[in-house]
Design a binder for this molecule. Structure first.
Ligand code: SF4
Ligand code: SF4
Length: 141
């Protein structure tokens, strides 16, 4: 995942790369720190290959020299809904909350309606679906 450049730098990671504070970026109007979406590493399963640490552009991970394994250093820098590191991990050592929790959050926060309002000009429609329609359509998917 790419890192927005205009956010404040809060330090450097073990490879000397800048770490930005991405927690100020709200998620569809919600405070990022109120959304418990971030990776958890099972260090018993982790092979210490470094793939998650090197590839996450949001600097969620840092490297623990004593463990010789990554740690989750900036959990709320994680992109809500992303699971790239878990998909890439060769030993399936990374887990995320159940996706159903995300879907509940999407419904509760009217995210589908908000998204539809954004794309309405593109699809030549000036009447967004109401809450009931959007939630009902979303729950069908
Ligand atoms: S990708 Fe998986 S095995 Fe490799 S360092 Fe990360 S958690 Fe460990
Ligand atoms: S899911 Fe993994 S790769 Fe994606 S932003 Fe979060 S920590 Fe980074």
């Amino acid at each position: 995942m790419s890192t927005p450049n205009n956010m404040p730098t809060i330090g450097k990671d073990a490879l000397g790369r800048e770490v930005k504070d991405l927690t100020k970026i709200s998620w569809w109007g919600m405070n990022r720190k109120e959304i418990n979406w971030y990776p958890t590493i099972d260090h018993d399963k982790c092979a210490g290959c470094g793939l998650c640490f090197v590839t996450c552009g949001r600097r969620v991970f840092d490297w623990d020299d004593k463990l010789s394994k990554p740690v989750v250093a900036q959990p709320y820098n994680c992109m809500v809904g992303c699971q790239t590191c878990a998909n890439l991990c060769p030993t399936s050592a990374i887990s995320f909350p159940d996706v159903s929790e995300m879907k509940k959050l999407v419904a509760k926060n009217n995210v589908v309606k908000k998204s539809f309002e954004k794309i309405a000009p593109l699809i030549n429609c000036d009447k967004p679906l109401d809450d009931e329609e959007t939630e009902s359509n979303f729950n069908k998917s």
